[in-house]
Ligand binder design. Structure first.
Ligand code: HEM
Length: 392
């Protein structure tokens, strides 16, 4: 008979059965085996699976012991996704370069385009009374805006090509699509270098920067463009899908989201409960003990942000939404030096997505026969969010 512990030892986030049972598996792990070794190589293992909030926090805050180099959960075929696969000090230098471009004030000029993009997508299906939110709203909206922000120094035609690829990434991330994404990043970088580029966008900064007196290696420049797209796309798309799903399950939430204060007051609680990024990995740089388990130098941990966010030691009744008490410190945007670069952009995109949506539709409900299931993989994203609605 297969025990829960056996299932944890073979845990594979690409497996539909493990995905379907993940919350129960993580609950079991947290109580009985908070640092459990998984042996599944198809999902990038072996790993030590970490499910307790305090363990995840400790790992994220100690980058010298738990390095991000050679750690990716899912191989993308690109040698280095900078800064996510780097450690300080290089990682910190890349962040210093990019952080100013992703502040709320730096993103303000894109606000109108976000509204316009969201509105034009809604108009495509508003008369139908039903829609699948991930592919007909969240994916194209997020993809178009990300490309606009990341490649703001390019021509309209160049943007169109990149936006098409971003759409493919949103709909079906597979090795061919990844190759096309990194191909276009590399091509645009080369063009920028040939033409010379003086603006203050992402491309210009990557091309013109000097770190310790040297240009950023081309491979890292490509990886950086790629992770900006990959890091911003699936995550924010999933968040919009997850929040929409919660609205269908608890209709009283619609009123909350109609109050602009929801952004500061409630959005984080949605991100805590259904954390879009399930986990990230780290590699031990020395032998280290974690919660009584010896992890040897070179072994990897899979730190589950989603399980940490449902740790009852940290959050009471963690499997439900609670808005009326302080729930600070969630791990949905990560912790420590790698904490999300794009959190301001994500919040702004989510805010505008629901502002435009709820200005036009009300009484969101799951479409008859809609199947609700988590998609396998690193993210907490539903397969589909098929809804029906009334017009406002
Ligand atoms: C709701 C949406 C989002 C969620 C839940 C999310 C989550 C995360 C998490 C958990 C990390 C930490 C990774 C680690 O520790 O290894 C991270 C890092 C990162 N995110 Fe996000 N993210 C979101 C949106 C975005 C957006 C919109 C962008 C791009 C504009 C972005 C770009 C990045 C980058 C570049 C990093 C790496 C930072 C570093 O290594 O220093 N993310 N994100």
């Amino acid at each position: 008979m297969t025990t829960t512990h056996d299932r944890l030892r073979h845990f594979n986030y690409f497996d539909p059965a493990d995905t379907a049972d993940k919350w129960a598996l993580f609950d079991h792990a947290r109580s009985h085996a908070p640092v459990v070794r998984t042996d599944h190589e198809a999902s990038g293992g072996p790993f030590y699976l970490l499910t307790r909030y305090d363990d995840v926090r400790r790992v994220m805050e100690d980058w010298e012991t738990f390095s991000s180099t050679q750690s990716p959960l899912v191989a993308t075929g690109v040698p280095s996704l900078s800064p996510i696969d780097d450690d300080p000090p290089f990682q910190g230098e890349v962040r210093k370069l990019l952080n100013p471009l992703f502040s709320r004030s730096a993103l303000a000029p894109y606000e109108q385009a976000m509204h316009d993009t969201a509105r034009s997508l809604i108009e495509e299906w508003l008369d139908d009374g039903q829609v699948e939110i991930l592919n007909r709203y969240a994916g194209p909206y997020i993809g178009r805006m990300l490309i606009k922000v990341i490649f703001n120094d390019l021509t309209r035609e160049e943007l169109d090509v990149a936006q098409e690829i971003a759409l493919e990434v949103a709909e079906a991330a597979n090795p061919e699509v990844f190759a096309r994404l990194f191909g276009i990043c590399s091509e645009y970088l080369e063009r920028a270098k040939r033409r010379g580029i003086n603006g203050d966008g992402v491309l210009a900064r990557l091309v013109n920067a000097r770190i310790d007196g040297a240009p950023i290696p081309t491979e890292k420049q490509i990886g950086c463009l790629g992770i900006l797209v990959l890091g911003g796309l699936d995550t924010t798309r999933a968040a919009i899908g997850n929040i929409t799903y919660r609205l269908t399950q608890q209709p009283e939430l619609e009123q909350r989201l109609r109050d602009p204060r929801w952004v500061r007051r409630d959005m984080d609680e949605f991100l805590r409960l259904d954390s879009p990024v399930g986990a990230m990995a780290r590699v031990a740089t020395r032998d280290v003990e974690l919660n009584g388990v010896l992890i040897r130098k070179g072994e990897r941990v899979q730190a589950r942000f989603d399980a940490a966010n449902r740790d009852p030691e940290k959050f009471t009744d963690p499997g439900s939404l609670h808005f009326d008490e302080a729930r600070s410190g969630h791990a949905a945007f990560g912790m420590g030096v790698h904490r999300c670069l794009g959190s301001n952009m994500a919040r702004m995109q989510i805010e505008i997505a629901f502002q435009e949506l709820l200005a036009r539709i009300t009484r969101l409900r799951l479409a008859p026969g809609a199947e609700v299931a988590w998609a396998p993989g690193q993210s907490n994203c539903l397969h589909a969010v098929d809804i029906e609605f009334d017009r406002v």
